[in-house]
Ligand binder design. Structure first.
Ligand code: MMA
Ligand code: CA
Length: 233
C-alpha cells in the first residue's frame, strides 16, 4: 500500500543547476565583503589621526612662532621708543625680567632705580616739565631724604632748580606724577611755603650752606632737574 510517496530527490528539466561553490569560497567571500568595510574604516581612522596630529603640530608651531614674533615686535617697539641713543650701563647682580644691565642716558646721573638730569637751561616751570617730558622723563619727584641728599650733592650752588612740585592743578601741593606731597618727606626752608601767589617749587641754597625748598612764581626762568626710571637691557 503506497499511500504516501516521498520523493527524496526530484530534478526538473529547467531547474537551475545548483551553484557549485568551492570549499574555500565562503571564507574568501567573507574576507572580501565585510573586511573591506572594516579596512576602509581603519584607513579613515588612520587618516583622521594623522590629520589630528598634523593639526596639533601645526597649532604648536603656530603658537611658538606667534610668541617669538610678538616678542620681536615688542623689542622692536622698545628700541623705537628709546629716545636716548647714548646710554651708560652698569651690570646688575640681581636681574629684572632677565635684563641684567641698568642704563642711564649719557650725562644723566644714576641713583637707585632712577636717572637724573641737572639741566643747564633756564625755563619757566611748565616749559621745564615739557622739556623733561620730551626726554621720556618728568621734573624730579623727591620721595626720600636719601634722594634729596643725592640731589643736593649734584646741584650747582650758584643756581636754583625747579622740582616737580606745584599747587597749580588742584590748589594743594602735588608732584607731577600726581602723588600728593607726603608731609613726612618735605625739605622746605624755614617759613616756606609762604605766598599764595607762588605755585611752583624750587630747590635753592640759603645762608650759603643749606639746600631747601621755596615756593616761587611759576613764570620765573630757572634751571631744573629731570628724573626718569633707569632703562633695563
Ligand atoms: C623771598 C622769600 C621767598 C619768596 C621769594 C620770592 C628771596 O626769598 O619770601 O619765600 O618765594 O622772596 O622772590
Ligand atoms: Ca616762597
Amino acid at each position: 500500500m503506497m499511500t504516501e510517496i516521498t520523493y527524496a530527490e526530484v530534478r526538473f528539466k529547467n531547474e537551475p543547476q545548483p551553484m557549485v561553490i568551492p570549499s574555500q569560497a565562503p571564507t574568501a567571500s567573507k574576507e572580501k565583503t565585510s573586511p573591506p568595510q572594516s579596512n576602509s574604516v581603519k584607513l579613515l581612522l588612520a587618516a583622521l589621526l594623522i590629520l589630528l596630529l598634523l593639526t596639533i603640530s601645526f597649532l604648536i608651531t603656530f603658537i611658538i612662532f606667534f610668541q617669538k614674533y610678538s616678542k620681536l615686535v615688542q623689542e622692536e617697539k622698545f628700541t623705537q621708543e628709546l629716545t636716548h641713543t647714548m646710554l651708560e650701563c652698569k651690570k646688575e647682580n640681581s636681574t629684572t625680567k632677565g635684563k641684567s644691565w641698568s642704563c642711564c642716558p649719557k650725562n644723566w646721573k644714576p641713583f637707585c632705580s632712577n636717572c637724573y638730569l641737572f639741566s643747564s637751561e633756564k625755563k619757566n616751570w611748565t616749559d621745564s616739565e615739557k622739556h623733561c617730558a620730551g626726554m621720556q622723563a618728568h621734573l624730579v619727584v623727591v620721595d626720600s631724604k636719601e634722594e634729596q641728599d643725592f640731589i643736593n650733592k649734584n646741584v650747582n650752588r650758584n643756581y636754583a632748580y625747579y622740582l616737580g612740585l606745584s599747587d597749580l592743578k588742584n590748589g594743594h601741593w602735588e608732584w607731577v606724577n600726581e602723588t600728593p606731597l607726603n608731609q613726612n618727606v618735605t625739605f622746605w626752608h624755614p617759613g616756606e611755603p609762604n605766598n599764595d601767589y607762588e605755585h611752583c617749587v624750587i630747590l635753592n641754597l640759603r645762608f650759603l650752606r643749606v639746600w631747601g625748598w621755596n615756593d616761587i612764581s611759576c613764570n620765573v626762568p630757572q634751571l631744573s632737574i629731570c628724573e626718569m626710571l633707569k632703562i633695563y637691557l
